[in-house]
Design a protein around this ligand. Structure first.
Ligand SMILES: *Cc1c(COP(=O)(O)O)cnc(C)c1O
Length: 381
């Protein structure tokens, strides 16, 4: 009785009550994608699963810009971040840190008893290739792995991953692992062309999938490194993922229903065109930046975008509020919720001072304009 009534209650909750998601994850999932999950579960050692995994590989490789197979992990993206640390460094990792998520790589290293240092800039700033080159050149044998976040979701900063990869390539024996959780599908990235050794992403950001699975690919070099490491963990052992994928399977029971959603959404992304999808995200970011500048001009107040020009993520914008003591991040979020939209307050230590707009996933420019109109009403009262 109780579960029945809860179900009915949940179903009658309208989108308005939850707010339309302009969160920097999870993002709005199209009803068609949700519906794609409503089919019978298939066995994870069946021919059906092999066909399913086999059918998504070409699209996944296209998405990552790689010829390497793409692993599907039943975990949130943090699991595949952990895999980077435990599989790819036998000496010491250098974690480029510019916000909360990039700092997580270092926290994982500490939690798993691995050696790691941080090369940190102020939250909002980007990690710059020349700083990295200088540090690596000081002692070229100290590190064997560099980690970087492409789009730092806590600050809206986009790191110059291609230039960072070029620096790492100057040093033999150093691998580069890249977190593209909030950029994959929303910002240009080519794993093979840029020479990235390990790329991971999540489901519930710009790919607009329900949370629960994550994706990663490793270069041959990265796999060889994993093979040299004795205690690389069990669940997140990259060699197990690679070996299973030879037979189009996963090491353990995967989230099959989410894979149906993945297949459906990948077809949608291919339909739109990956480059068109990147362009749409850039347009949404540009529009948001212009709108903020106009709001500042009209009100005579400062709405400062945290990330500097040239280093702004196409998928998320973090804005410093003009008077956070008067109206802080959580208050803006609550008031906007009453108007039918969900955005995020600042992340961690920026919670009060900032808000974050996730212009990512399948949103159109018109939907973004509607959101900004409501946000404007909240911000100028
Ligand atoms: C959301 C996010 C993560 C964490 O993803 P989970 O799926 O919650 O584990 C990691 N890195 C970045 C850049 C993110 O935006």
């Amino acid at each position: 009785m109780h579960s029945d009534s809860t179900m009915i209650e949940n179903k009658t909750k309208t989108r308005l009550e939850y707010g339309r998601f302009f969160l920097p994850g999870p993002t709005e999932v199209r009803p068609e994608t949700l519906a794609a999950m409503a089919q019978p579960v298939i066995g994870h050692r069946s021919e059906e699963i092999q066909a399913l995994i086999g059918s998504v590989q070409p699209e996944l490789k296209h998405l990552f810009g790689t010829k390497r197979p793409v692993y599907i992990s039943t975990s949130s993206a943090t699991g595949m971040m952990e895999a980077a640390i435990t599989n790819l460094s036998r000496k010491r990792a250098l974690c480029l840190v510019c916000g909360a998520f990039s700092g997580r790589f270092h926290a994982i290293a500490e939690a798993t008893g691995r050696q790691a240092d941080r090369l940190a800039v102020e939250w909002g700033e980007a990690n710059l290739p020349e700083d990295l080159r200088k540090l690596l050149a000081e002692d070229r044998h100290r590190y064997d792995l560099v980690t970087v976040v492409h789009s730092e979701t806590s600050t809206g900063t986009l790191n110059p991953v291609r230039e960072i990869a070029a620096v790492v390539a100057e040093f033999d024996d150093i691998l580069l692992a890249v977190d593209t959780v909030s950029s994959m599908g929303g910002a240009p990235l080519w794993m093979d062309d840029w020479g990235l050794d390990y790329v991971l992403t999540g489901a519930q950001k710009a790919l607009a999938l329900p949370p629960g699975i994550s994706l990663a690919a490793a270069s041959e070099r990265a796999l060889a490194r994993a093979g040299e490491i004795e205690h690389r963990g069990f669940y997140f052992d990259l060699l197990k993922f690679e070996k299973s994928l030879d037979r189009m399977m996963t090491p353990n029971t995967p989230a099959v229903s989410l894979m149906f959603a993945l297949r459906h959404q990948l077809a949608h992304i291919v339909d739109e065109g990956l480059e068109a999808r990147w362009r749409r995200h850039q347009q949404m970011a540009d529009h948001t930046h212009l709108w903020l500048a106009r709001l500042a001009a009209e009100t005579g107040r400062r709405f400062e975008i945290i990330a500097p020009p040239g280093y702004r993520s196409p998928t998320v914008t973090a804005v410093r509020l003009p008077d956070p003591e008067e109206m802080g991040g959580p208050e803006v979020v609550n008031r906007l919720r009453e108007r039918g939209y969900a955005i995020a307050a600042g992340y961690g230590k920026l919670k009060q001072e900032t808000i974050r707009i996730g212009h990512m996933g399948d949103h159109t420019m018109e939907q973004l304009e509607d959101l900004l109109e409501e946000l404007g009403k909240v911000l100028i009262t």
